[in-house]
Design a protein around this ligand. Structure first.
Ligand code: ADP
Length: 193
């Protein structure tokens, strides 16, 4: 059982590194951004509600996100572990994951066996490098104005989670401002499977 939570700002490389680690650790890569973009493309009810928030660079409201994540984590492939990319993004979402992990431990009857398998990693990259990377990526929500807003939302709502996980002794910090392979190697070292 290995569970990985990727913190780190937009453009820090969470998606790329999660895909690589997913293969290495043989657990699914669960990106809330990707799931939301699929909903938008398919014009589901959730997609229609989420689109305006995503276009603005704001967080999609928790009431929409939490059930979406719950559904994904209930799938059979997620029972052996997961890599969460883009979730949690605020304290409410972090509490939700914490409760979920505790609940799983109770169900499996292992009070402490699994506590070490939750890895939280912050990929650190300076803002000016992030802006350059996101502008080069050119996704629909990657205009300079939206990028600056997403970074602001990150600093205000998501960055406090670094302290939240540091207090729980679950945090590794990895420098994301290095060549891809070096970042992957550092991540493999940091993760306790
Ligand atoms: P990035 O890492 O570049 O910010 P993502 O693909 O992770 O991109 O997310 C894109 C957008 O999807 C976010 O700006 C936000 O609107 C929405 N989103 C993704 N994950 C969440 C989440 N956990 N809670 C709320 N909104 C989210």
């Amino acid at each position: 059982m290995v569970q990985v939570i990727f913190l780190g700002p937009p453009g820090s490389g969470k998606g790329t590194q999660s895909a690589r680690l997913s293969e290495f650790l043989a657990v699914p890569h669960i990106s809330t951004g990707d799931i939301l973009r699929t909903h938008v493309a398919q014009q589901t009810d959730l997609g229609q509600k989420a689109k305006a928030f995503m276009d603005q660079g704001d967080l999609v409201p928790d009431q929409l996100i939490l059930s979406m994540v719950q559904d994904r984590l209930d799938q059979p492939d997620a029972q052996k572990g997961w890599i969460l990319d883009g979730f949690p993004r605020n304290v409410t979402q972090a509490t939700f994951v914490e409760d979920l992990v505790k609940q799983q431990q109770v169900e499996k009857g292992s009070e402490n066996a699994d506590s070490k398998s939750l890895n939280t990693i912050n990929l650190e990259v300076p803002d000016e490098v992030l802006i350059e990377r996101l502008l080069a990526r050119g996704r629909a929500d990657d205009s300079e104005e939206t990028i600056r807003h997403r970074l602001q939302v990150y600093h205000e709502q998501t960055e406090p989670l670094i302290e939240y996980y540091r207090d729980r002794n679950q945090l590794s910090i990895v420098n994301g401002n290095l060549p891809l392979d070096q970042v992957t190697a550092a991540l493999k070292n940091a993760i306790v499977a």
